[in-house]
Design a protein around this ligand. Sequence first.
Ligand SMILES: CC(=O)[C@@H](O)[C@H](O)COP(=O)(O)O
Ligand SMILES: NCC(=O)COP(=O)(O)O
Length: 237
Amino acid sequence: MTKLSVNINKIATLRNSRGGNVPNLLKVAADIEGFGAEGITIHPRPDERHIRYQDARDLKKIVTTEFNIEGNPIKSFMDLVMETKPTQVTLVPDAVSAITSNAGWNTIKHQSFLKEVIKEFKQNGIRTSIFIDTDLKLIEAAAKTGADRIELYTEEFASQYELGNKDAVKPYTEAAILANKLGLGINAGHDLSLDNIKFFKENIPHLAEVSIGHALIAESLYLGLENVVNMYLHRLK
Ligand SMILES: CC(=O)[C@@H](O)[C@H](O)COP(=O)(O)O
Ligand SMILES: NCC(=O)COP(=O)(O)O
């Protein structure tokens, strides 16, 4: 069984574009849980362009499933995570200016930093996960940091799958097998979608959780658009 954690960054992007509270992020999160999702993911960025730090505090009070906060463990992020104590923190080595996450950790180079940070989160009862590419040496080094899980960075798989290259899943399968042997739990995310998720799931053993946002919200717009246009037409009769 693989859990679905819905990333609601894009709901905050839409809300922030008008400065008001539409859509209401807290209601959307609660509804997503009501529809059956098993987790809520947010990725507050230092510029707060979508999720604000206050959103994390507010969500903590109402999320009843798994709450996953992703981000680069700079001081303000660490403080926020220690304050809100989510179920899981996913460490992502984002540059401040990154449009979206575009790389996993070099767990060899940053081994001692990750160890230190992970120790602190775990002492506070927070499950830790490291965003990572499929390089087996990096997975081995991830196991030495004390992290509970890895999150496989799936952008390369998603873009190759779209081009018809199904073999692109193979490094992910191998990475998952090794991670499992080393005692790491396995999450995955980035550009997963209705098109590629079934194939990915079928090829990744021990897949504990996927976090999906960008495609899921875009798909929700498309799949809901006909209904809403018709509701307007009905009211305009
Ligand atoms: C860690 C990761 O894979 C990202 O997908 C991220 O959580 C999405 O962030 P943005 O919504 O800012 O693109
Ligand atoms: N960790 C990945 C995530 O939360 C969502 O990524 P995406 O679906 O927005 O690409």
